[in-house]
Design a protein around this ligand. Structure first.
Ligand SMILES: [Zn+2]
Length: 64
């Protein structure tokens, strides 16, 4: 079963929702918004931008 690595990332600056690929074995710390070019960073306590701004947690959080 393939791991779902697509997530919808919502930019906190401009509200644009963009589909992004999540890395399976690492955490992505920075993500540049396709619309406003803001560089997103994880909120405090989150491991990656997907945990903070996407509709899913990153795959590395699910696997042990
Ligand atoms: Zn943006």
């Amino acid at each position: 079963m393939p791991i779902d690595t697509k997530a919808n990332l919502t930019c906190p600056q401009c509200g644009t929702v963009q589909e992004a690929d999540m890395p399976i074995d690492s955490c992505q710390f920075f993500y540049e918004c396709v619309s406003c070019r803001a560089v997103l960073r994880p909120k405090e306590g989150d491991c990656c931008v997907f945990c903070s701004y996407a509709d899913k947690k990153c795959p590395s959080m699910k696997s042990t």
